[in-house]
Design a protein around this ligand. Structure first.
Ligand SMILES: Cc1ncc(COP(=O)(O)O)c(C=O)c1O
Length: 437
């Protein structure tokens, strides 16, 4: 390991004290020793600090009851915890009205809710839904479905050669036929952050609704739905230190009032007869059945933890981590870097010439370095890049300069292990590592 480069990278990533933060995460104690866990798969899911784990277990030990139903003290406490979690989420995303915060399972469910309850009743032949080639499948397949159900058509904003959304193309794709613009705010492969201000303006100019998939951005940067001026915004608790199985859909109150429910059944109704039912007000209208109360409580604890670090500091830390990783990666033989212009905000995707990404990930794993290999639920993007799969290292608050050096060292050994014979056998492979832009 190169001491000078560690010092240099450390300077870049000092905004967040990752070493101190790491101590709050029991998983790093368990996976320590000769091959400590170098967890670089944060875009898939984050690890959980003790504060979140304890909030969930305390809830089950001390306050577990169903919510919005019974009058006993325990039920009232559970309801109070659940609703104060909703208020905390509303404040965290820019002081939204808590009734505009719907608890769902994850980003995927939130986007399906929007596609089916908002878009489906409004769309028909001749209408268009604008997505982008950056979109995660969760923000693409639900729109494909709704297009097939209604006769509407899908249009995709392409990428520029420097791996950013082509805003000129967007300006002509978003037109009088557009009814929905469904943007992935931060790409889970390239880390590119979409220019939501311009896209929202284009959408509003033609009266289209704006749907933002913020699964990667809410965990890593300050977000304000009022400033974004979006109609819908979706994210998952598990990518932001919170538990799995809890996610959020923010939606404008006026739209929620007009929209039919997504799921129906208990607790989302006001009056039920054998023939029909009337709906409760939002948000409960969209929360049929028993919700994930412990998940909401855990998410609230995660928000407290992230807020104590500061979302600006987290964004800066992620930018610095990816910038430092790109510099080091280009020194590794035969690396092809998918580095967008303007930075990749904590997400670094690359390939190693002549070695399948799954083999690279397996070799890294044997040294305790956890990365993801595959298409990362973004097959159209990989097709655009001309590859089937990539290796992705994604950083979060507990990662530091040492982790980058572990990654680089393990990659060098993988390169040696798989041999150099294939280096240079593809157009992408040349010494040293090559950037794709
Ligand atoms: C950009 C983006 N959108 C949506 C999702 C789907 O999130 P979930 O699996 O929590 O529904 C992910 C998950 O990786 C993502 O990165």
């Amino acid at each position: 390991m190169n001491r000078r480069s560690i010092l240099w990278i450390s300077k870049l990533v000092m905004a967040v004290d990752s070493k101190l933060i790491r101590r709050d995460f029991p998983i790093f104690e368990r996976w320590s020793g000769r091959n400590p866990l170098i967890y670089l798969d944060n875009a898939a899911t984050s690890q959980k600090p003790r504060a979140v784990i304890e909030a969930v277990s305390n809830y089950y030990e001390l306050a577990n009851a169903n919510v919005h139903r019974s009058v006993h003290a325990l039920a009232e406490q559970a309801t109070e915890l659940y609703e104060s979690a909703r208020e905390k989420v509303a404040r965290f995303i820019g002081f939204a009205d808590p009734s505009e915060v719907i608890f769902v399972r994850n980003t995927t469910e939130a986007l399906n809710l929007v596609a089916q309850s908002f878009a489906r009743p409004r769309l028909g032949p001749g209408d268009e839904i604008v997505v982008s080639v950056l979109n995660h499948h969760s923000n693409l397949v639900p729109w494909q479905q709704v297009a097939a159900q209604t006769g509407a058509e899908l249009r995709a904003i392409p990428l520029t050669p420097d791996l950013q959304l082509d805003m000129q193309a967007a300006a002509s794709l978003i037109n009088g036929r557009t009814k929905v613009v469904a943007i992935t705010h931060k790409s889970n492969v390239l880390g590119t952050i979409a220019d939501t201000v311009s896209l929202t303006r284009m959408a509003k100019d033609v009266g289209a609704a704006v749907v933002i998939d913020a699964a990667q951005s809410v965990p890593s940067m300050p977000m304000n739905v009022i400033e974004l001026d979006c109609d819908f915004l979706a994210f998952s608790g598990h990518k932001m230190l919170g538990p799995m199985g809890i996610g959020v859909l923010y939606a404008r109150r006026a739209l929620l009032e007009e929209m039919p429910p997504f799921l129906t059944g208990g607790e989302m109704v006001r009056e039920v007869s054998l023939e029909s039912a009337t709906w409760d007000d939002p948000p409960l209208k969209f929360e049929a059945g028993t919700p994930n109360v412990a998940g909401a409580v855990g998410l609230a604890a995660a928000i407290d933890y992230l807020s104590a670090i500061g979302m600006d500091a987290i964004a800066e830390h992620e930018r610095a981590m990816s910038a430092a990783t790109w510099k080091r990666l280009t020194q590794v033989e035969g690396v092809r870097c998918f580095e967008p212009k303007g930075g990749s905000n904590g997400i670094v995707s690359f390939s190693l010439t002549g070695i399948h990404p799954h083999d690279v990930a397996t070799a890294l794993d044997s040294e305790g370095v956890a990365v993801r290999a595959g298409h990362h639920c973004a097959q159209p993007l990989h097709k655009t890049l001309g590859i089937a799969a990539s290796v992705r290292a994604s950083f979060y608050v507990y990662n530091d300069a040492d982790d980058i050096e572990h990654l680089i060292d393990a990659l060098r050994r993988a390169r040696e292990f798989f041999g150099r014979a294939s280096t240079g056998s593809s157009a992408a492979g040349s010494r040293p590592g090559k950037r794709v832009q």
